[in-house]
Every structure is written in C-alpha cells, then in structure tokens.
Write a protein of this length. Structure first.
Length: 555
C-alpha cells in the first residue's frame, strides 16, 4: 500500500506540473478527377488549351502537404519564429496573441537562436533585458548559415520600448502590442521570449503533423497537429491548407501566364503587320484603280488561303516549342520548376506522356524531400530519372519541331504549284493578289490568336481549385489529449503494486517457517505441537542431546 501511495503521489505531481497538449484537426477534399474548373479547360469554350493534367496521385498530395517547403512557408507566414513565455524553468507557459510586448527582428542582422531573453518590465516605458547561456547558435545573414558557439555568455541592459537592441549576436526591437494587455495578468511572473531557428520550427511541425486518408475509397484527408497552445495549432492548420490550395492555383497561373505572354507577343506582331497590310492594299487600290480580281486570281486565292493559315500555325507551334526548350533548360534545376505544356489543338501524344511523367516525378520528389536528404541514393536515383525524363522531353520537342518543318515543306510544295497559275496573271492582278493573300493570312492568324487568348482568359477567370476545405481547423475533444490522467494513474497504481511483488520474488530468499507464531499470525491452521529439527550428520558435541529433544517432541 505504501508503494502504491508513493507512485500515485508522483503521478499526481506529474499531472499537475506537466504541460497540457491539445490536438487540432482540419480536413481537405481533393477531387481526383479534376471535375472542378482548372486552367486549361473551359466549360463555356470548345477546345481549351489543355494546361493541366487532371488525374492526381493522392499519395503524392499527402507528400506535398507534409513537404518541408510548404510547412516552412506556413511557419514563416505566421511568424512562429518567435515564442513568448511566462514562468520559470520549472513551470513555463507559452502565450500566443496576448503578451505585454512583441519582438520585431532585424532580418539583415545576426540573431541568437533558441536562448531565452528574460524581460523585466519597469516603470514607465522601460524594461530590463537579460540573457545567459553556455552553448548557443547564431544566424549570420551575411553567409546565410547558422554557427554554433560554445562559451559562457551573459548580457543585460536597460532599454525603452521601441528602442533597437543591438549586439554582435542579436538585433531586435521590443514594442508594445497594438491591442490592450492587462499587465496585472502577468504580475509576479517571469517574462521571456525565444527566437527560434526557422528550420527547426519547420522540422518540428513536419515531424508531428499527421495526414491520413479517412477511407481507401475517398479522397478526403484529415490533417492533425498538436501542441501546448491550441489557438496556435488551429492557425497553423488553417494557413497550411490555405497555402496548399493557393500554391496549386499559383502554379497553374504561372503556366497560363507563360502561354498568355507568348500569345500576346505574337498577337501584337500580327496586329502590326495586319495594319500595315491594310494601309498598303488601300493605297494600291486607290492608285491603280484595282478593286476586283478575275476568276483565276479568285480561285488561286481560295486555294492558298487555308494552306497559308495552316503554315502560319505550324510556324507558331515551332516558335512555342523553342520557347519551351529555352524555359526547360533555364529552370530544370530549380526546386520551383513548373512542368510546362504545349499549345495546340492536336498535341503530340509522346509530349503529352512526357508531361504526365514529369508531373509524377516532380510530385514524388517533393514528397521524398520530406523524408530523405539530397545525398540519399534514393533521391539521387530519382533526380537521375527526372533528368532523363527532361532529356526525353527536350528530344521529343525537337522531333516535333522537325515534324512541323517537314509539314511546312509539304505546304510550300503545294503553294509552289499554285504559284504557277498566279504567274500567268497580269502584273497588276498579281500585285493585288499578293497583297490580298497577306491580308487574309494576317486576318485569319489574328482571329486564331485572339480566340486562343480569349480561351485562356476565360479559363483563368473561371479557375477554381480542385481542393477545398471541408472542416475548418478546430480543437479535438473538450480538453487536452496529454497528459492522459486516467492512464497515468492506472500505470502508477500498477507499478506501485508490481514493484514490491517483484522485489519479493527477486530479492527475498527466506521462504521457511521459523516458528509456530508465524503460522498462528498469518493463517487459521490449528497447531497441535512442534517438533524440534535435528541434523543427523551434524558433528557438534550436542548432537545426541538434539536427537533426544526430537524424540521427546514426538512423544
């Protein structure tokens, strides 16, 4: 009983002083078929520009949600690099969005990481700062890295709120918050703040966040995180899902912006050429009094119109293929590389397969960056596979360029045959026909580019994410999930009972009944008499007397 009481007391002390941990969760719905609108397909326009491959690997989406880059972005957006505390080392409590002061870091100067800055608020607008450590790390922005320092360090000083604190190891400004804070809520407590290494904070969240598919047949993910401040975990989950959805839309917008810029550039060039051609035709008709063409010229114009338009589209495809090649070569080693797509109503199936494979490989790499380092053999093999796939993609683009040029040669051959008929026309009709052909070409090309630009714009305007939040982040349960009081008490009582029993079994060797009183005290067995023990082989001088006692005992 004493042992059980001791363990129960220790358990109660632990429950009282342990920091409570709360759990928060949110849920996401990811449409795997892409039925929601995305850039590349318009519900109103026939034949979109096919910007995005719709099918998704849901497990890759889990990897993206848990990726270090996304979590690091979320931590930075929320300002989790600084935490505020009250209390001493024995019982320290973290505060969030309610504290007597705020620290504003100088991003261009050195910062001391993971060491508490003790702050004592004095009268008026002043405070006293104190920091002490035997081992610490300092971030140096000039070299962009963290260095470890092992030496005794102590610093103290008196400042005013709003005054910059400058040192070789840290640079910041303490200021009073914009909201009202009752100082009486913090009377008698030691106040402090800690500047954390952003990578350490991101790694901490990456290790504790959980993303689970609620059902094998569903594309709904439940995301959970836990910590001592439930409001902080709720804000983190809300911002994480917001960044995840926004990043997906941003990548699509980047692809659309690239296409729009190319189309707009070509459209400006065609528009200028069309304007010049219209002016030239108007001047020719006025000066030469040439308005109508005869039947031969009309037939030649009709035959060449479609051929010229088809050739112009092939030229446009070649230009875009070349721009894709330059883009891929320039950005292939970037972590933010967005897999591009080709433009055209009939996309090369080989290029389409390349794009799908690249999307899959880049998503897999984003997932593995969370679990393995860049020097890991598995990551090296994946990077090698990506490089090979990019090389094949570039090769297929080159083949598409050659195919387009070959098709252009066929069109040129057909137009050369028609040119023979045109050469038989009078000079004035030939000149007018040439101007008319150019004008029709530029008009058709202008209309084609305008339609493609409109399709992209409509698709961008109606673009919505194929991912949405089902449940806003909230606390799970009605209280902390740790420490689990009932479980701890049961374990304490169990240990309190088992430890003495284990000691008796393992260390207590006296299992003999030594006298009659032990039997009477611990059992209800009646005792008739006792017999004296005699060792027959004993060499002691009194052995005969001992034997006599045994005989008398039996009598």
């Amino acid at each position: 009983m004493f042992s059980m009481a001791v363990f129960a007391g220790l358990a109660l002390l632990y429950i009282k002083w342990a920091t409570p941990i709360y759990e928060a969760s949110t849920s996401l719905l990811i449409d795997p078929s892409g039925s929601n609108r995305v850039l590349g397909d318009s519900r109103y326009v026939e034949g979109g520009v096919s910007l995005i491959e719709m099918e998704k690997n849901l497990y890759n989406e889990i990897g993206i949600i848990k990726s270090f880059d996304l979590i690091s972005q979320t931590v930075e957006d929320l300002g989790f690099g600084i935490s505020y505390h009250s209390g001493d080392w024995f019982k320290k409590r973290e505060h969030y969005h309610y504290f007597p002061f705020e620290a504003v870091l100088d991003g261009k100067a050195s910062q001391l990481y993971d060491v508490p800055f003790e702050v004592e608020i004095l009268g008026g607008n002043k405070y006293r700062l104190f920091v002490e450590s035997k081992k610490f790390s300092v971030f140096d922005p000039s070299i962009g890295s963290v260095r470890e320092v092992q030496r005794d360090f102590a610093y103290s000083g008196e400042y005013e709120f709003g005054e910059k604190v400058t040192h070789d190891y840290f640079n910041f400004t303490l200021q009073k918050p914009k909201y009202n804070v009752s100082i009486s809520d913090f009377l008698g407590e030691s106040l402090s703040f800690i500047v954390h290494n952003p990578e350490g904070v991101a790694n901490g969240y990456a290790s504790k966040i959980k993303v689970d598919n609620i059902d094998i047949q569903a594309s709904i993910f439940k995301i959970t995180s836990d910590g001592p401040v439930v409001a902080k975990e709720i804000d983190f989950l809300d911002k994480l899902t917001e960044n995840y959805i926004q990043n997906k839309l941003s990548s699509r917008n980047d692809i659309a912006a690239t296409k729009e810029a190319f189309i707009q550039e070509q459209l400006d060039m065609v528009s200028d050429s069309l304007l010049k051609n219209e002016i030239e035709m108007e001047m020719f008709q006025r000066d030469e009094n040439a308005v109508d063409l005869d039947q031969t010229a009309t037939n030649a114009l009709d035959q060449t119109k479609d051929l010229q338009m088809e050739r112009a589209k092939l030229e446009l495809d070649i230009k875009y293929y070349n721009s894709l090649i330059r883009y891929v070569k320039r950005n292939r080693n970037s972590n933010d590389f967005v897999v591009p797509t080709t433009m055209g109503t009939e996309e090369d199936p080989l290029i389409s397969d390349n794009i799908s494979e690249l999307k899959e490989l880049f998503a897999t790499r984003a997932k593995k960056r969370y679990t393995v380092t860049a020097d890991n053999p598995e990551m090296k093999a994946l990077n090698s596979q990506i490089n090979e796939s990019i090389g094949l993609f570039l090769k297929n683009l080159q083949n598409a360029i050659r195919s387009s040029r070959f098709a252009m040669e066929g069109l040129d051959s057909q137009m050369a045959g028609i040119q023979g008929e045109i050469s038989s026309l009078p000079m004035r009709q030939k000149e007018l026909l040439a101007i008319k052909r150019q004008k029709d070409l530029y008009e058709n090309l202008f209309n084609y580019l305008s339609q493609e630009l409109a399709k992209t714009g409509i698709a961008r305007a109606e673009s919505t994410s194929d991912t949405r939040v089902l449940d806003e982040a909230r606390m799970l349960g009605s209280g902390p999930v740790a420490p689990q009081k009932m479980l701890i008490m049961v374990l304490a009582l169990t240990l309190g009972a088992l430890l003495p029993l284990a000691w008796i079994v393992g260390f207590s060797t006296n299992n003999e009944i030594e006298n009659v009183d032990q039997i009477r005290a611990h059992t209800a067995i009646p005792v008739i008499a006792s017999v004296v023990h005699h060792k027959a082989k004993s060499k002691k001088s009194g052995s005969s007397i001992s034997l006599w006692k045994v005989k008398e005992s039996f009598r």
